[in-house]
Write a protein that binds this ligand. Structure first.
Ligand code: MG
Length: 389
């Protein structure tokens, strides 16, 4: 008899952090009463702590799967979508058909225009948990369910150098280079002496073989982005990420066709439709889907679209409890176009106690994950910290 979903539970997991994401708080960036602060450099809100949303799905046979999505701010929005709507339409479904369930749940709100944002984040968490269950039922990893790993390891790049000054950022990059990593990304809004000076200095510290990319945080007009990218290009820029506002596809098209550098985009996308309308118009070299937004179902669809269009896949990695990172590694490794994966050293290393299972990133690469399912699960310590929402 087919095993079906019995219940769906939603939790927040909050972890205090010692060092602020994107570096020390600057004057005028003081957190509000909820612990939210706005970074002047990119006008974006961040919590002073790490928080994500975990979804636990259990079947009638007692198989448990975990999913995860963004919970940085307003976690109640995602929780309400699941508790009030999606949970009841997931209960009774066959978890061995996660993509089918995903598409049915997506269709529930499609004609009302809920094709992204918190709604699709909620779907992503459910989708990851269903894939986890499907793997556990079949006693194989999600990679195996998706057809098998096509890479022995996943090259990792060191993302973000959250130090206050250029010299300290260079020292941090050097520290990771000595640990076997040779690919890096800095944030242009945090480049206190300007992006061109930043990359020139990092190049001098890391040498000619290092790959150095720049995350531009959607923070400039097309003309400003073109000027900044051209100023970085003489120092062998690996890729320029998120050069202009996400909604403005025309500006992205203009920038992408005006510079020689590889343009990387996609961490904020939810579905393959977000990708499709941009790659049709723009010269995109790299897509960076984020598992916490896409779920496995859409992540794989984006990866297949990248394969078809000769675009490289270098997934985003965000602040989380390890569940969506494991899902990202499981799905990524099955895609030919995978060229690397973000490595959030400021989260991955200190937060490894949040999950049980072997998820390793060392000597410049992630190890493949085994199964069953995700190959990891929240640890006993994480389960003590989670709160129902
Ligand atoms: Mg980014």
């Amino acid at each position: 008899m087919t095993d079906t979903v019995k219940n769906v539970r939603v939790f927040t997991l909050t972890v205090q952090r010692e060092k602020q994401y994107l570096g020390d708080v600057q004057p005028g960036e003081e957190p509000n009463a909820r612990g939210y602060l706005v970074r002047n450099a990119n006008r974006t809100v961040y919590p002073t702590f790490d928080r994500s949303i975990l979804v636990r799905i259990e079947t009638h046979a007692g198989v448990v799967g975990w999913g995860e999505t963004y919970g940085l701010v307003a976690p109640g929005a995602v929780a309400a979508i699941i508790n009030d709507l999606l949970a009841d339409f997931t209960i009774g479904r066959d978890p061995s058909q996660p993509s089918l369930v995903y598409d049915d749940l997506y269709d529930l709100m499609r004609v009302r225009g809920y094709t992204g944002g918190f709604y699709v984040d909620a779907l992503a968490a459910i989708d990851i948990a269903l894939w986890d269950i499907a793997g556990r039922q079949a006693n194989c990893s999600i990679s195996e369910l998706l057809g098998g790993a096509r890479h022995e390891k996943i090259p990792a790049y060191v993302s973000g150098l959250p130090e206050a000054d250029l010299k300290s950022r260079g020292e941090l990059a050097k520290y990771w280079q000595e640990k076997g990593f040779n690919a890096f990304k800095f944030a242009t809004p945090m480049a206190s002496e300007g992006p061109a000076v930043e990359i020139e200095y990092l190049r001098s510290v890391l040498g000619p073989t290092a790959r150095i990319s720049a995350d531009m945080h959607w923070n400039q007009t097309a003309e400003e982005a073109i000027t900044l990218i051209k100023a970085m290009e003489p120092h062998d820029l690996w890729f320029a990420e998120a050069p202009v506002r996400t909604e403005n596809i025309g500006e992205l098209e203009h920038v992408s066709k005006s510079v020689d550098s590889a343009i990387a985009v996609g961490e904020e996308w939810r579905t393959q439709y977000d990708m499709q309308q941009r790659i049709e118009r723009c010269r995109i070299a790299i897509v960076q889907p984020e598992m916490g937004h896409t779920g496995i179902t859409n992540f794989v669809r984006m990866g297949q679209m990248a394969n078809e269009h000769g675009i490289d896949l270098i997934p985003h990695a965000t602040i989380g409890a390890g569940v969506f990172l494991a899902a990202s590694l499981q799905a990524s490794i099955t895609l030919d176009c995978l060229k690397g994966h973000e490595f959030q050293h400021s989260i991955f290393v200190p937060n490894r106690w949040l999950y049980d299972g072997e998820m390793r990133c060392s000597e410049g690469a992630y190890e493949p994950l085994s199964g069953p399912g995700l190959g990891i699960e929240p640890s006993a310590e994480a389960l003590r910290l989670i709160e129902s929402i």
